[in-house]
Design a protein around this ligand. Sequence first.
Ligand SMILES: Cc1cc2nc3c(=O)[nH]c(=O)nc-3n(C[C@H](O)[C@H](O)[C@H](O)COP(=O)(O)OP(=O)(O)OC[C@H]3O[C@@H](n4cnc5c(N)ncnc54)[C@H](O)[C@@H]3O)c2cc1C
Length: 493
Amino acid sequence: MNKKIESSRVAFDALTGGEKMSRRDALKLMGLTGGAAMMMGAPTSAEAGPSSDKKAKIVIVGGGAGGIMAAARLRRAASNAEITIIAPNDIHLYQPGQVFMAAGLYTLSDIQHKNADFIPEGVKWVKDEVTVFDPDNNKVTTAKNGDIGYDFLVVATGIAYDYERIEGMSADLVGKYGISSVYLNDTVAGTAKGGEATAQWFRDIRKAAEAASEENPIHVICTQPDTPIKCGGAPQKILYLSDDNLRGNGPDGGVDVSKNAKFSFCKKGTKLFGVPEYNKTLVEEVTPMYGNITDKWDHILRKIDPQNKVATFEHHYQTKGEYDEELEEYDMIDHTEMVEMKYDFIHVVPPMKPVDAVANSPLGWQKGSAKGWLECDQYTLQHRRYKNVFGIGDILGIPKGKTGGSARHHGPILTENLISVMEGKEPKAKFDGYTVCPLKTQYGEIMLAEFNYDGVAPSFPVLDPTKPRWIWWAFDLYMLKPMYWYLMMRGLM
Ligand SMILES: Cc1cc2nc3c(=O)[nH]c(=O)nc-3n(C[C@H](O)[C@H](O)[C@H](O)COP(=O)(O)OP(=O)(O)OC[C@H]3O[C@@H](n4cnc5c(N)ncnc54)[C@H](O)[C@@H]3O)c2cc1C
């Protein structure tokens, strides 16, 4: 095992007494670290918030991170409410762990858990999917269990992948023809093909680089689409970790063969990260550290030819036109061209979209760039037109926060506001846009990029958040998963 991974494990073991952490250990460590506040923003416990003993029917749709956290908190806060969760999945996936699967440090069983263990006592579980949302009649239609009515609705359906929007691409191609995609999973079946296929992809790239030379290198492309995506840092996590694996820093070690590979990172825009402080580290420290990565700005993957290993990108750029004397500046002329790039390996991040049942209902934004995503107020998480409807997690059509860490922050806000509305009051609690991206810049180091609507928002400001650190790697690898199972899924943080 490489030195960085090994030393972070040794240091972490010294702190915790071992990586196999029980619920007690997780709680103990929370105490040691000054509580969860240190990790991912200040927690808000449901017990501290308002509660109601009113009778009401609350329906939660979706049993992933957001739906389960909402169920746990609402069960405690609304003692007399009849709460139903409509969720098709027997298995709950810890999706952030798919990146550690790709890195060869987790296996599928590490990220799976029985969903039944998380459904709180006193919450009715309807194992089904919602096909139609009918907010005008306060009901949803399910695939197998007919209509279910509600007084209050919580939408927690997450995000859907849209591989087919790339011509020639489909989820079936992942794991074939040098193509991988860490995101690929099935949240109903509880499988994560993307994690497994990308681990093999890392090994295949290494083998190919060992057989290549500096004069005749292999070419690896990593992409990021022009749609909103969950965990916006994951495309770069795969870029850096697959490259670092060539330097011999992965779990299997080996000599440095990184000179035998060229990487292109293709994305919309001209920044690696939307928050300038984190972007600076990635541009000035992380990318140059590798020396073999070229950023291809405004290159969006539109077509793929798997057999011939050619990817076609829509490339936008501008050139200078006439000088405008009045404005004292040049006119800028927009151009679009299609660019073909040959590759040996490609990591495809799928375009993402709101799940159809929401997008096709009156609940989605009806127009604009957020069309189809749940039309909620970005602060209260209350639907802007249907005041008895709230949202949590990736489905929200708000400017920030498509991460599990954000859903954790949505939980107490949504609970407090739903209780207020139950009590006939105005919703007052405000989501600040908290988003967290533990960006793996190399094996053994993470830049814990935390931000909100106002910019950088570190939970532990004493440590410069723009610096990649082993401590965040150790926490992410060993601590976040038990915290997720034992605390977040129980609405305790
Ligand atoms: C590769 C990868 C890496 C990630 N890394 C991180 C990270 O490092 N940090 C972080 O904070 N987050 C990370 N995330 C993101 C995180 O997993 C999501 O933001 C989080 O799971 C969102 O919770 P959710 O409840 O909105 O959606 P999900 O957890 O996806 O749950 C949605 C659920 O709704 C169900 N559903 C969908 N449609 C219907 C319907 N019509 N009826 C009933 N049920 C339905 C689905 O089956 C699913 O179980 C990562 C995700 C991936 C894939």
